[in-house]
Design a protein around this ligand. Sequence first.
Ligand code: MGD
Ligand code: MGD
Ligand code: MO
Length: 793
Amino acid sequence: MTKKYLEGNQYNPDIYRSDLDHWQEGDYTVYRTTQWTAPGCHDGCGILAYVNKEGKLEKIEGDPANGYSRGALCMRCLDIVEAMYSEDRLKYPMKRAYEDRGKDKWERISWDEAFDLIEEKVRYFQETYGSGSIVVQQGTGRNTTFFHSTALCYVGFNSPSDTGGFLSGSSCYGPRASVMALMAGCFIISDMSQALPERFDSPDYVLPECILIWGNSPLVSNPDGFLGHWIVEAMKRGSELVVVDPRLTWLAAKAKYWLPLRPATDAALAMAIANVIDEEDLIDHEFIDCWSYGYDAFIEGCRTMSVEQAADICCLEAEDIRAAARFIGSAKPCSLQWGLKLDQQVSATPAGQAIMGIVGMTGNIDVPGGNLLMVDHAFNLALSTGSNWRFVPEDQRKMILGNNRYPMHAQGDVGNMAQEDVVLETLESDGKLNDVGKDFPLKMFVLYSTNPISNMATEAPRIYDAMVNHSEFNVDINYVLTPSAMAYCELVLPIAMGPERNSLRAWWWPLRVIRKASDRYYECKTDEELVAELCNRLNPDSPIPNNDIDWMNQILSESNTDLTFEELTKEVIVWPDWHYKKYETGEVRYDGQPGFNTYTGRFEFTPVLFQQFNLPLVPYYEEPRESPVSTPELAEQYPLILMTGRRSWEFFHSEHRNLETMREFHPDPIVEIAAELAEEQGIQDGDWVWIENHRGRCRQRAKITPGLNPRYVMAEHGWWFPEEDRERLYGVFDSNINNLTTQSNIGQSGYGAPYNGLLCKIYKCTEANSEVLPTEQVTEKGGWSYERNHLDF
Ligand SMILES: Nc1nc2c(c(=O)[nH]1)N[C@H]1C(S)=C(S)[C@@H](COP(=O)(O)OP(=O)(O)OC[C@H]3O[C@@H](n4cnc5c(=O)[nH]c(N)nc54)[C@H](O)[C@@H]3O)O[C@H]1N2
Ligand SMILES: Nc1nc2c(c(=O)[nH]1)N[C@H]1C(S)=C(S)[C@@H](COP(=O)(O)OP(=O)(O)OC[C@H]3O[C@@H](n4cnc5c(=O)[nH]c(N)nc54)[C@H](O)[C@@H]3O)O[C@H]1N2
Ligand SMILES: [Mo]
């Protein structure tokens, strides 16, 4: 079946549509289902799960009858069997004493004992410090990020303190999501025909003439409801690319225009591109006149950035910017696929605003092959339940850390989370410094699919200090024992993986079922079971049913589909009805009127609420706060511009490091450098090098990389070494690029932090300069001394 599918190179739903949700193949029962997490992923591809007579998963294949992923799978998904039965997987709940933080002194306990312990601690902290002292930290776009962590926090703990794992500046999607919410009233996403079951061959679909890929590497990252290989399918059919990326990615190498800008200068480039499009009258007058607000002010603001100035700031040629802008403006349609690197800078909000402006001014909102509106929640499903916000009592709503200081943070679908830098300073000050106006001590943290010191947080040594010294009782809900849990948790709860759970994939269209295919591993519970049970145990008035299936049915019953969970299991995947230009037909606004779900009901080039938030109304450019321009003296010492965290095929953040297959492909951390820099520093390809700045250092292996500016380097994030000693925290700081990054150094809006675009230097590791490794430096010698940034309360 798969072979025929590939040979045809054309998707034929009649041949590959399957009416079955499971069948028998020899000794295997084969289930059609969706894989989301665990292990981590942003997407939800269709899989065939081959389960043997003993209930064990033996094999995974792509499901060719799934119109979303069409049989394709990435290497991590194909390797799920190894992940599920790895020796590193947690089997039982385990606890350890507060005094034993950092020590491998775990004791196996039962679920009942674990829940009793949680109940005892929750009651104590609620009564002694208030329920806000219990914090739930979520990681990125996994199952848990949707209804689980907020349910546990709001319903189980009655706390408003749901937040990221110290994700500085909420720098993943938050900046773009809030700008989209303010300008368009909901998310937009590149139209690769994913809203249409017939996909590219649908008569309603128009192929983009231009795909604008900005700060995103979709082939590797497949982020946020988007599969990168859709772009390759579009390219095969004739789409051309503009790629804005300092690195020569595979897509950049095939682009009509590649703009390798200086890291973190995107706002300047976007303003200049908007200028050219306006000057050359490539704008969509009808959309601007009839459906938008604030265009004149917006473009006036962009005019303060001439193409020549932008070229100078971004280290590009003015003529290249003009040519790319002309193509973006004249291509019909043009589709934007943007990414994380826009969020990871202090100019995240203005950069996002300017780029959204480009999509609006060129008339590419909700047109075929442009950028879709309202596909983020199939059947409004996660929209009605995703945030569980309705369960937060009125008096708690003002108690969300960071929303007073950064009111924009409260905007949009992902806007109810406590702001991470404010959470950190509240923790560090034992509750004294915050923006809520009263003592707010933070005592108990639940790490709910996050591993902050390996990965999510910037300034990892600072997070380590803060958590070890200021929190009292912490729980990790996970499938492996992570460095964060080893460093500062008292309880770990073993969690089931994707093929073991009953759940829903509702974030982004279409709606997909996640159904239990194989038996649970040892005593693991699914996140759905765990949250449902814990909410009911802790809160007698829990509006959440106390088992997974009833909960899923409750969520489905509140959406606008009639399907029950059982029916959805049979369907596997369902597309809601779809048509373009929904803002004309009143399907975007909550009140059913035509227009956008914004303050003015129009597409807001200059968001009206910016004024209320004390933010500039028009896009502006802020030079990175550490750069050869803003800190020339520091740049003499640290002359290189550090980019971090471009995604790898083998890993999802700090996950997958324990899997032999992935490590065979990718054994060590890699820092990409140019040949000129290698020569200058006497570095050979594959040498271990120190990457260092005034905040700290870490070591990775140099990879000489063509097409890279000799002054830019790209280091990997998320590294720990599961093969190493647990009590050395698996060497978590040795190769940790977040020894060099900074907290409390964020954009004016509270969004955007420089995970990317800082200064550093690189030199070869020698025995003499490697006597004290970073893990010992941090855990035994108090880290490095440098001046920390602080928010000013
Ligand atoms: N395999 C895998 N997939 C993942 C993840 C993972 O860990 N592994 N993580 C998931 C998560 S949470 C996210 S947020 C997404 C992120 O995924 P993406 O949005 O694709 O982000 P990155 O891969 O970090 O960077 C994208 C590109 O931006 C370029 N870049 C670097 N600096 C700049 C800059 O200053 N400006 C511009 N314009 N470009 C720059 C990089 O060279 C890189 O090619 O991936 C998700 N998918
Ligand atoms: N320097 C630098 N740092 C970065 C980035 C960068 O580009 N550069 N990227 C940043 C970004 S965009 C993000 S989003 C963060 C991501 O940061 P995190 O989301 O914190 O990612 P992980 O460190 O992998 O931690 C996730 C944990 O959840 C567990 N897990 C996986 N699936 C499940 C599940 O279904 N249920 C439960 N209960 N647990 C699960 C995993 O085992 C893992 O330990 O990292 C950020 N950190
Ligand atoms: Mo992310």
